[in-house]
Write a protein that binds this ligand. Sequence first.
Ligand code: FES
Length: 74
Amino acid sequence: VAVRAEAGAGGGINPAIRKEEDKVVDTVLTGELAKPLTAYCRCWRSGTFPLCDGTHVKHNKATGDNVGPLLVKK
Ligand code: FES
């Protein structure tokens, strides 16, 4: 599997999301979702992290990457 994601400073992929935490972990409890469909960011560039705001489109165009959100359906 080829990894084409843009590396951040020091080789990391997360450039700015919740850097004060040792590990960024988000839990999805599908039975408690208010919306029938929720999109979670996997590119680490969303302005509404952990939710996808479409920023991955700009990231993919700039880097040739192909990341997209995790879709969780009720
Ligand atoms: Fe990160 Fe959409 S903004 S996956």
